[in-house]
Design a protein around this ligand. Structure first.
Ligand code: SAH
Ligand code: SF4
Ligand code: F3S
Length: 438
């Protein structure tokens, strides 16, 4: 039997897809990248904006007709669109067999068996107290040196534009003992770098009685032999505590890199977004972080054209790019999400205006990103070797602690998974070129 899986959305979805493949591999399935050959097609979806949501309908339009040649083919849709649509998705897409929600990932093998026997479509999208699937520990890919570990799921923040709390449910943190166990197993399997995932990792453990805090969790994981680097995403600026900032200075394995979503630079817009901080408060945290870890690299998320965003508001977002100087930004046009508070807001910004603001935002950021890369030339960085370079030519590729990509000609002695000292000799577009120091 063969499984084909298509993944949209954030890293949590990428990690979830790994778990799904693992669950079916245990039953003897092989992963294929040819949908025509598959006995099971899974689409893991994202509904954070309208565009990724619409993609699933075109994906289904491609896959459902495959059933004409392979009547035994089973097609399942999971993730955030599945959660949002539930059974209605089965009605809208005849030929679709399974809709499984964000808390039901672990039940998918059982649902596939059920459909194979009954040939009747099923939908399972209830929320559970603890999301099923969080304790599924997929084995790392052969030779992998980085692994994602979901430590919490769900969100209680309800930013006015955002669908995530509705589709991932309330915040739930995994027991710390299970996380430590998983990271220990990963380290034994050769993993050097863990990336903790959650919609809001800073509030890890806060909803659970007797659970340790996020910083305590980081401190424990820091002790696990073999783990060289720890990263996490996503952090909410309002929950970026003094102790977490201090942890960056105290825990050397905590990489000097942080994704800290800003969303907008105008306090009016931030307030209507329900973000719980002002631009000044955000900048203060950035300053503290940079005092604790000089050289820490920051990345962010930006939304342009939120309802009511004026040209003056938008100028404040641009101003934040100048003041923070992010390594990279992920910027999006505001997209109305049905059922969220902002869906009722008036004073919409035209699509043309949004497009124009997005282009200005990205244009300026491209320059800043390039300036930051160029400023690295001459520096010596600790680079975690990740594999042969995509550029070929016998080069290797790795990442600095700041998460910058470095390609370098590799001396024969270098192995994937090693950390080596590299002098940066040139800045290319989106990456650095270096040479290994003895
Ligand atoms: N929990 C994270 C990420 C949530 S979704 C956080 O708090 O930042 C990832 C990003 O998608 C968000 O940071 C935001 O920039 C963007 N996003 C979410 N809803 C959106 C919408 N309705 N329109 C446009 N972008 C959106
Ligand atoms: Fe969405 Fe806000 Fe929660 Fe992030 S913190 S997932 S943007 S509601
Ligand atoms: Fe998308 Fe769901 Fe992640 S909406 S961004 S896949 S949590």
């Amino acid at each position: 039997m063969k499984i084909f899986i298509e993944t949209y959305g954030c890293q949590m979805n990428v990690s979830d897809s790994g778990k799904i493949v693992y669950l079916f591999a245990r039953q003897g399935y092989q992963l294929t990248d040819v949908s025509r050959d598959a006995d099971l097609i899974v689409i893991n979806t994202c509904s954070v904006r309208e565009k990724p949501e619409l993609k699933i309908f075109s994906a289904l339009g491609r896959y459902i007709p495959l059933k004409r040649q392979r009547p035994e083919l089973v097609i399942a849709v999971g993730g955030c669109v599945a959660q949002q649509w539930g059974e209605r998705l089965l009605k809208r897409c005849p030929g679709l067999d399974i809709v499984f929600g964000t808390h039901q990932l672990d039940r998918l093998p059982e649902l596939v068996d059920k459909v194979r026997i009954s040939r009747r479509a099923v939908s399972l999208t209830g929320f559970k107290e603890s999301p099923g699937g969080l304790e599924v520990m997929a084995a790392p890919a052969q030779g992998a040196i980085s692994a994602m570990v979901t430590i919490m799921q769900g969100c209680n923040n309800f930013c006015s534009y955002c669908i995530v709390p509705y589709v991932r449910g309330r915040e739930y943190s995994r027991p710390s003992a299970a996380i430590i166990e998983e990271v220990t197993i990963l380290a034994r399997a050769g993993i050097k770098e863990v990336m903790f995932l959650g919609q809001n990792v800073n509030s890890y453990g806060l909803q659970e009685k007797d659970e340790i805090s996020f910083v305590e969790l980081l401190t424990l994981v820091h002790e696990i032999p073999g783990i060289e680097r720890i990263r996490f995403t996503t952090s909410h600026p309002k929950d970026m505590s003094e102790t977490l900032i201090a942890a960056f200075a105290e825990l050397p394995k905590l990489s000097p890199y942080l994704h800290l979503p800003l969303q907008a630079g105008s306090d009016d817009v931030l307030s209507r977004m329900g973000r719980g901080y002002t631009a000044a408060a955000y900048l203060e945290k950035v300053e503290k972080l940079r005092r604790a870890v000089p050289g820490i690299a920051l990345t962010t998320d930006i939304i342009v054209g939120f309802p009511g965003e004026t040209e003056a508001d938008f100028a404040k977002t641009l101003e934040m790019l100048e003041r923070v100087r992010y390594d990279q930004i992920y910027s999006f046009k505001y997209s109305i999400r049905p059922g969220t508070r902002a869906a009722k807001f008036e004073d919409l910004v035209s699509d043309e205006e949004k497009r124009e603001r997005l282009a200005r935002c990205q244009g300026r950021q491209d320059e800043i990103s390039q300036e930051i890369l160029e400023a690295q030339v001459g520096a010596v960085s600790e680079v975690l070797v990740t594999g042969p370079s995509k550029r070929g030519a016998g080069e290797f590729s790795g990442r600095t602690g700041e998460n910058r990509i470095v390609n370098f000609p590799a001396p024969a002695a270098i192995k994937v998974g090693e950390i080596c000292r590299v002098r940066i000799v040139a800045a290319l577009k989106h990456s650095l070129k270096g040479e290994v120091l003895a």
